[in-house]
Design a protein around this ligand. Structure first.
Ligand code: GLU
Length: 291
């Protein structure tokens, strides 16, 4: 029997908080209970916001919590060439296109469209979908802009991609943290519009790096926060396009702050380092998050 493989994949762009502790310890508990593997992956493709200091903090916090993981740890910033090769395939298949509109351009387009009485669609995070103009740009014009160094990002042509994989996309979601029962969830990648899959200076994006790595590392069970639930639709689509195996998913409850809101990386008082300095023990943390 192949071992179940779990992973905890933090981004060192801030300090870890109680929500991360819950996710990490839940993955550890599930790996242990099934005799499976636990991998740690550092998701640091955003090389401006992720720093060596923050990464050192992540390792220190996780060690203190008692998390154990397999070595070597995969650090995404060391694998850009691999993501670039995946991106090149999508470019060759014309499933991605260079998108030139800046945030300001997008805002202006949407204000204009809404002034004319048309509500512009938004993604599940409330961000307006990318306008369609660049998808229709003639190849010559794309080349001209790229040659002129106009900034751009590679965006997925989601309609073309969904048409190619044949429409019916779903994933397997566990009902709870006992991972006993599952249910199929319909994947709705179109809800996100033409997502960014790579940038000009960073040949990947969160989605592209995650699906590449989950497959490459043989991750069978993706256990992560509820906030990534609908992002899974985009990741399932990429898995189909890239012919990658599909893991099973469990999106766990989020640990909320005293104000009932999602924890953010800037909330000092729920940060693991701050709690440790205030005298909390790893057992106290487990109690605080109900594990
Ligand atoms: N790196 C992501 C984060 O810290 C998590 C990615 C994932 O679990 O798929 O939010």
């Amino acid at each position: 029997m192949t071992l179940l493989t779990f992973r905890f994949a933090p981004s060192p762009n801030g300090e870890l908080h109680l929500g991360h502790a819950y996710s990490a310890l839940l993955n550890q508990g599930l790996a242990r209970a099934s005799g499976g593997r636990l991998l740690l992956r550092i998701e640091d493709i955003d090389t401006t916001r992720c720093t060596p200091q923050l990464e050192a903090g992540v390792f220190a916090d996780l060690k203190w919590l008692g998390l154990g993981w397999e070595e070597p740890v995969r650090r995404q910033s060391e694998h850009f060439a691999e993501y670039e090769a995946v991106l090149d395939g999508l470019i060759r298949e014309e499933l991605v296109y260079p998108a030139f509109m800046s945030r300001g351009d997008i805002r202006a387009f949407i204000t204009d469209s809404e002034k004319r009485g048309r509500d512009w669609p938004r993604d599940p995070d409330g961000v307006p979908l990318y306008p369609p103009a660049d998808k229709a740009l003639p190849v010559k014009e794309r080349k001209r802009r790229i040659a002129e160094n106009t900034p751009f990002a590679w965006r997925l042509d989601v309609d073309a991609a969904v048409a190619l994989v044949g429409g019916d996309l779903a994933w397997t979601e566990f009902a709870d943290e006992t991972l006993s029962a599952t249910r199929p969830v319909e994947a709705r990648p179109q809800d996100w519009g033409d997502v960014i899959v790579a940038r000009r200076d960073i040949p990947t994006s969160y989605h592209l790096a995650v699906v590449t790595d989950d497959a490459l590392q043989g991750v069978s069970h993706v256990v992560r926060g509820q906030d990534l639930f609908s992002a899974t639709g985009v990741q399932r689509l990429l898995q189909e396009l890239l012919e990658l195996p599909q893991p099973a998913y469990f999106h766990h409850q989020l640990i909320l702050g005293p104000d009932g809101r999602k924890l953010s990386k800037s909330l000092g008082d729920t940060g693991l380092a701050a709690l440790r300095e205030a005298g909390a023990s790893p057992d106290d943390i487990r109690l605080m998050i109900g594990l």
